[in-house]
Write a protein that binds this ligand. Structure first.
Ligand SMILES: [Zn+2]
Length: 111
């Protein structure tokens, strides 16, 4: 990662004193060693200056969030991919869908 990218990332931060966003030009890289960065950040609004030590590490592999049980997950992972025709069918269905899920899933006629 280069200094400009680090400065752009840090513009997502807000000043703890006044909640103003930092601009790239308010962030000076004082040093970097491996994945540790030392930054001087100056708030353009309230003029507060802080030193930040920023450590970057890759995101850990995340498990998908699901309420399916293991058997359901196994079942769904073995299904074939959704086809373009299925997507088109769903699109056509939703175009005329009136929002009545009860009738759709029970087969009852709409009230
Ligand atoms: Zn500030």
């Amino acid at each position: 990662m280069d200094e400009q990218l680090m400065q752009r990332l840090m513009t997502n931060l807000k000043c703890r004193r006044c909640s103003s966003h930092y601009r790239s030009c308010d962030i000076k890289v004082l040093g970097q060693r491996e994945k540790m960065w030392l930054l001087n950040v100056h708030c353009p609004q309230c003029q507060k200056e802080v030193l930040l030590a920023v450590s970057l590490k890759p995101l850990a592999a995340r498990k998908p969030v699901t309420d399916l049980n293991p058997n359901e997950v196994r079942h769904h992972t073995q299904l074939p991919p959704v086809s373009p025709d299925e997507v088109l069918d769903l699109h056509l269905f939703l175009r005329s869908f009136n929002g009545d899920f009860s009738s759709t899933f029970t087969g009852d006629p709409p009230a």
